[in-house]
Design a protein around this ligand. Structure first.
Ligand code: NAD
Length: 348
């Protein structure tokens, strides 16, 4: 057995984290079936390990990570037993921006210095932020604690962290990668929407309008139908999608409803409209069914391994390639195909 290289801390032990840790055990014990990139930056899945975890939900804090990932309100599917681990979920920071699904419930909080100390004691190389959408001040607090602990930071939430000028300057000064924002699932609504638009553009169809309406279960969907969070998340998804077409067109992309019995699954309904020869019209109606946590797994595996490599070298020149490959709102967006090609050339 090889020594584990990549030591990961998780902020937010929700559905995404639940599938991520199951994946670590699965791909250590099984052939790489379903794995997008078995090796990234010279690292394999068995080279990654979770060494610390934070949450504020009292139903999770204090439990071992392998129990916490299945504690309510998580609804992620059970694909595989998580790695046996002595890591227990520590209380995290909260800056009074509780997600709607936790309002009125008991929470356990710690200070930012406690988080910094836990990160240092665990030897974590990077902190992956998987806390709920809308907790912007808390996300920033985790980034600050991570910086003080000398850890790289990967922001999977839509909060403006990698795009925050103060933070990006501070991370750069310490030669630590700051990666984000808003993870782009492997084959989720945004990737699918962008892919179809890109195909229309490449085939010379003049795109006029499109929409993407997502319906799902899980606490993250419940949070994102809250009016304030819904608007911010919709703007972000819409901007990400619009970047695929080199001219103005009308588009809307966002979560429209929560259905509890969908569990961690999501259905995305798409409509595309365009014109081609002599103004003849065409349209596409299509829907995609996927499972959120699993859809994040491959991209998270890739981003974590590439980020670790940058953190160890201290050479930050490729940070934007990681952001553009794995995130909907990178500091410097580039089209989908370019981002994939650049990431592959550098790390795969
Ligand atoms: N495919 C995907 O799942 C996907 C794709 C893109 C982005 N994301 C982002 O990843 C994040 C996690 O998604 P999820 O589906 O796992 O959400 P989730 O609701 O299942 O889990 C969020 C977890 O964060 C915890 N939390 C909330 N505030 C906290 C705080 N201040 N400190 C510590 N923990 C806190 C909650 O208790 C919960 O355990 C979200 O921000 C989401 O937008 C996920």
């Amino acid at each position: 057995m090889t020594a584990v290289a990549v030591k990961i801390a998780l902020a937010g032990v929700g559905n995404c984290a639940a599938v991520f840790v199951q994946g670590l055990a699965f791909y250590t014990e099984n052939p790489p079936k379903g794995l997008w990139h078995p090796t990234v930056a010279g690292l394999k899945p068995e080279d990654m390990k979770v060494v610390a975890a934070f949450d504020i939900d009292r139903r999770k804090v204090g439990l071992t990570l392998s129990k916490a990932v299945f504690a309510p309100p998580n609804v992620a599917r059970r694909y595989h037993a998580p790695p046996r681990s002595s890591v227990s979920v520590a209380p995290g920071v909260s800056r009074g921006d509780l997600p709607p699904h936790l309002r009125g419930l008991p929470v356990d909080k710690a200070g930012s210095e406690d988080v910094r100390r836990t990160l240092e004691d665990s030897g974590a190389d990077l902190l992956v932020n998987l806390i709920s959408s809308g907790s912007d001040a808390s996300a920033e607090e985790y980034a600050d604690a991570s910086l003080r602990a000398g850890c790289a930071f990967v922001n999977c939430s839509p909060s403006k962290v990698a795009r925050n000028g103060r933070l990006s300057a501070s991370f750069a000064k310490r030669r630590l990668p700051l990666i984000g924002d808003d993870l782009m699932s492997q084959f989720g609504g945004t990737a699918f929407h962008r892919g179809l638009l890109s195909l229309m553009v490449k085939r010379g169809v003049r795109v006029s309008r499109s929409y993407q309406l997502d319906v799902g279960g899980g606490s993250e969907t419940l949070n994102t139908i809250d009016e304030s969070i819904k608007t911010a998340k919709r703007e972000m998804k819409t901007a990400s999608v619009a970047g695929e077409v080199p001219y103005q067109f009308e588009t809307v992309a966002g979560t429209t409803d929560f259905v509890d019995y969908m569990g961690n699954d999501r259905t995305s309904y798409f409509w595309f409209e365009g014109t081609n020869f002599m103004g003849s019209g065409l349209s596409v109606d299509v829907y995609l069914r996927s499972s959120d946590g699993a859809n994040a797994g491959n991209v998270l595996f890739d981003v974590v391994r590439a980020t670790y490599r940058v953190a160890k070298s201290g050479k930050l020149g490729t940070v934007n390639e990681i952001c553009a490959y794995g995130f909907k709102a990178p500091p410097k967006p580039i089209p989908f195909d370019d981002a994939n090609a650049k990431f592959s050339a550098l790390y795969v």
